[in-house]
Design a protein around this ligand. Structure first.
Ligand code: 26V
Length: 816
């Protein structure tokens, strides 16, 4: 291992020539990336082996985080940072004539997730390893990650994301650890050797699940945990044929194709559930393969299975991996000869569950018939779980028939995964205080009354290593200069910055860092759009998936209104602003795609109108992804967190932007509520309906969007502009569906109701931004208070309150 710069340069040059087969003057940046990646991975490999050995020797409980999504992004920079060799490598490469930042661009993003839920899983892995917990990820190695978004004529176009095209230096294929997963088939009762009876599934379709392990490098600790991603491959045994649905047999090619599609692509929908067979196959594939691998590790301890909960905790990230519950039941009942009650007791002590959404349309339910066909034995088990559960409700809990129907796991031909997940686990958590309250008091009230001890809150957190130290190194350096480096391992210590909030010199430096980050983003925008951005304008950022409840539309309508006002009154005093959007729409989500088009139309008009282009600019940056987020977030002045109160479970972009010194304009929703607790009116711009008011409208009615349209001239004008030829609808375009969602459908998300209050908050932001001293103080306050939203805090809470694990005994890496 290289221990100093000279040593690194020596070794690196050798490696570069060796791996590329070229002379130094011929190598490309691609070659540099490959050589550096392989060198770093080797170093990681040694620590990885040592970590695994010590976990095995210590024999303590390990956590397995099962998730259909891990949105990890790029790993080179982060691994260098966590290995404590980032500066050394940057300088060494620099002396050899390469810029590390440019080299990092050669890595494809691992976009194995849709948005918040997948990115949270990635942040959690970073915290687990950095805190020295034995916690590993289990996911799917999708051949294609979330689609690549292109904007063509203002419309979203989706392209496949073949992220593995150039190979992936970080993964190790482990052929020796592959396992078989079985679909379809028929269940038979067979006699065991000891004369008992058990169930076996015959004639199914067999698939190999091959693990590709990705090391997860901890910061400061030498822990290297594992993200195990499963890939589906054919397991054809010509002697027994290739079992397919309903006992049909494929020919080999059909079989191969059917098998490989299981891990082919990530479903690009979030918060819109669709009961697709392939998705169910993916979910069972993850659960079955993941469990087999977990149990193999447990088997090495040589303990009886009733001690499984002492050694294994399985966490399910939303309901998507809920099938671990019946699958573990199946193994205990059919393969380990447990009786029902003992097996159920083990399963529920092992499994814990996080809910990530309040939206009812995102709650998973699977058609009974589909599960019965694809997973016949699991179906039998789920049916029995349901039968016992309903009987208990009726006979022991005094529930009436109506209540039993509401709470049942199987009802109306559908299997309700959230009900199964709550009933089959020992902990159910929401992801922000408000969200957990909603679960307890509204969405899952009856389950909360039944199992009050299971429900708890774990407010989300993000890794400050990626989102501050790596994405914003200048800010990290400045913080270190002011308060030392304790905050790197104890992010709460960012609070020490409060002592510097009023310091004029420090403030000036904060502004300089922000300005440099804005210039960097501006040069990216210039490269992409060929447009020069005014880096003295307010950078106002809304980056997140596109969804009606997140209300990008409110932001867009407000920009239209600003445009109108400047046109009507050219002398209007407004602080110049650059509105930056990044958002992917689910491919089938028409309204979301219309909003993207609308934003692009607004951009085309305001950026080119001589009367507005010096005051308003709008950029829709295509293909929002982890690596793009790392460029945008450090440059933001204003963070848009404007969902309808009660709809956003937590949000995590809000935390990333806060940590980078952006000021939030937001509703009292999700984790914004807790941000507001820490920041107060001084540090945040609140607006809009409170959740109680939203609920009252839903309960009692009384909201009339058209009344607002008819009484507010500004609102009327922008709404009319959605459907009439004019600045935002040219060449026969029209945003009818957007218009009707607001008026004919009475504005489900209260965009119009919150419009005036939002515009007021934005006006205040414009004024405050001019008072640079005040603004910078607020910005420092945000950074200082963001430690509470570090993933390390969240993971410590999960570890102590849900999983019951302590950090392993692993050495520190800071000596390197
Ligand atoms: C649902 C579905 C439905 C089936 C197809 C695939 C799919 C994929 C994802 C989802 C649920 C997405 C839920 C989600 O991302 N929730 C977000 O979780 C964040 C982390 O807890 C939280 O900050 C956001 O507020 C919440 O929207």
């Amino acid at each position: 291992m290289f221990t100093n710069k000279e040593n690194f340069k020596q070794e690196f040059k050798q490696r570069l020539i060796g791996t590329s087969g070229r002379q130094m003057h011929e190598v490309t940046e691609d070659d540099v990336y490959a050589a550096l990646g392989s060198m770093v991975r080797e170093q990681i490999g040694r620590e990885w082996a040592a970590t695994n050995r010590s976990y095995m020797e210590q024999g303590e409980r390990q956590v397995y985080y099962f998730s259909m999504e891990f949105l990890i992004g790029r790993l080179l920079g982060n691994n260098l940072l966590n290995l404590n060799i980032l500066d050394l490598v940057r300088e060494g490469l620099g002396e050899l004539g390469w810029d590390l930042e440019d080299i990092e661009e050669y890595e494809a993003d691992a976009g194995l997730g849709n948005g918040g839920l997948g990115r949270l899983a990635a942040c959690f892995l970073d915290s687990l390893a950095s805190l020295g917990y034995a916690g590993h990820g289990n996911g799917i190695r999708y051949k294609y990650g979330l689609f690549e978004q292109k904007i063509i004529d203002g419309h979203q176009v989706e392209l496949p994301d073949y992220w593995l095209q150039k190979g992936n230096v970080w993964e190790v294929r482990r052929d020796d650890k592959k396992v078989k997963v079985r679909f379809w088939g028929n269940v038979e009762i067979v006699e065991t050797e000891d004369g008992n009876y058990t169930y076996e599934t015959k004639n199914g379709e067999e698939v190999w699940a091959v693990p590709y392990d990705v090391p997860v490098v901890g910061y400061d600790k030498t822990a290297v945990n594992t993200l195990r991603l499963w890939s589906a491959e054919s397991a054809a045994d010509p002697a027994r044929g290739f079992g397919g649905p309903n006992g049909n047999y494929y020919n080999f090619l059909d079989y191969k194709r059917s098998v490989e599609t299981v891990s082919e692509f990530l479903y690009p929908d979030d918060s819109q559930y669709e009961g697709k067979l392939l998705r169910l196959k993916q979910e069972y594939f993850l659960c079955s393969a993941g469990l087999q691998s977990v149990l193999r590790t447990f088997d090495k301890l040589g303990l009886p299975y009733d001690r499984l909960p002492e050694k294994v905790a399985i966490h399910i990230n939303d309901t998507h991996p809920t099938l671990v519950i019946p699958e573990l039941m199946r193994i205990l009942l059919d393969e380990k000869s447990f009786g029902w009650q003992d097996a159920w007791d083990i399963v529920s002590r092992v499994v814990s569950y996080t809910n990530h959404t309040i939206l009812s349309e995102a709650l998973e339910t699977w058609p009974e018939q589909m599960v019965r066909d694809l997973l016949p034995r699991l179906y039998m088990i789920i049916e029995e779980v349901n039968r016992r559960f309903c009987a208990d409700l009726l006979e022991e809990q005094g529930a009436d028939q109506a209540k039993v129907s509401r709470m049942a796991i199987i009802a109306d031909g559908q299997i309700k995964m959230a009900h199964l997940a709550i009933h089959g686990s020992h902990s159910v958590n929401g992801v922000a205080a408000l969200h957990t309250d909603i679960l307890k008091n509204r969405e899952m009230k009856e389950f909360y009354e039944l199992y009050p001890e299971r429900f708890n809150n774990k407010t989300n957190g993000i890794t400050h290593r990626r989102w501050l130290m790596h994405a914003n190194p200048d800010l990290a350096g400045l913080i270190e200069g002011a308060i030392g480096s304790d905050w790197k391992t104890q992010p709460d210590r960012l609070n020490d910055l409060l002592g510097h909030a009023g310091d004029a010199v420090f403030q000036e430096r904060i502004r300089a860092v922000k300005h440099k980050n804005k210039e960097r983003l501006a040069s990216y925008i210039y490269k992409k759009h060929g447009v020069t951005v005014d880096t003295h304008s307010i950078f106002d950022v809304q980056v997140k998936r596109l969804h009606a409840y997140k209300r990008q539309l409110l932001n867009a309508l407000h920009i239209m209104d600003l445009y109108n006002r400047i046109k009507e009154q050219p002398s209007l005093e407004i602080t110049p602003r650059t509105f930056i959007f990044g958002a992917k729409a689910a491919p089938g989500y028409y309204m979301a795609k219309q909003i993207i088009k609308l934003i692009n139309n607004i951009a085309a008009t305001v950026n080119n109108d001589p009367q507005t282009k010096n005051l308003l600019n709008v950029f829709f940056l295509e293909n929002y992804s982890v690596s793009l987020a790392e460029k945008i977030i450090p440059a933001a002045d204003v963070s848009e967190q404007i969902s309808t109160a009660g709809k956003e479970a937590s949000g995590t972009g809000n935390m990333k932007l806060m940590m980078n010194g952006a000021l939030t304009v937001g509703t009292l929703d999700g984790a914004n509520v807790e941000m507001y607790e820490s920041l107060g009116d001084e540090g945040m711009y609140l607006f809009g309906l409170r959740i109680e008011e939203v609920e009252k409208y839903y309960r009692e009615g009384g909201y009339s969007a058209s009344a607002i349209y008819n009484s507010d001239d500004r609102v009327k004008k922008v709404l009319d502009q959605l459907i009439h030829p004019g600045p935002f609808c040219q060449n026969g375009q029209s945003f009818d569906s957007v218009y009707h969602s607001l008026l004919s459908h009475n504005d489900e998300y209260f965009v119009l109701r919150d419009f005036a209050s939002y515009a007021d908050a934005q006006a205040q932001i414009g004024l405050d931004y001019r008072n640079t001293k005040l603004w910078t103080e607020k910005s420092i306050l945000n950074i200082a208070k963001s430690g509470r939203f570090a993933g390390d805090r969240t993971i410590n809470e999960y570890a102590t309150e849900i999983w019951g694990i302590k950090p392993a005994n692993i050495g520190s890496r800071s000596g390197i």
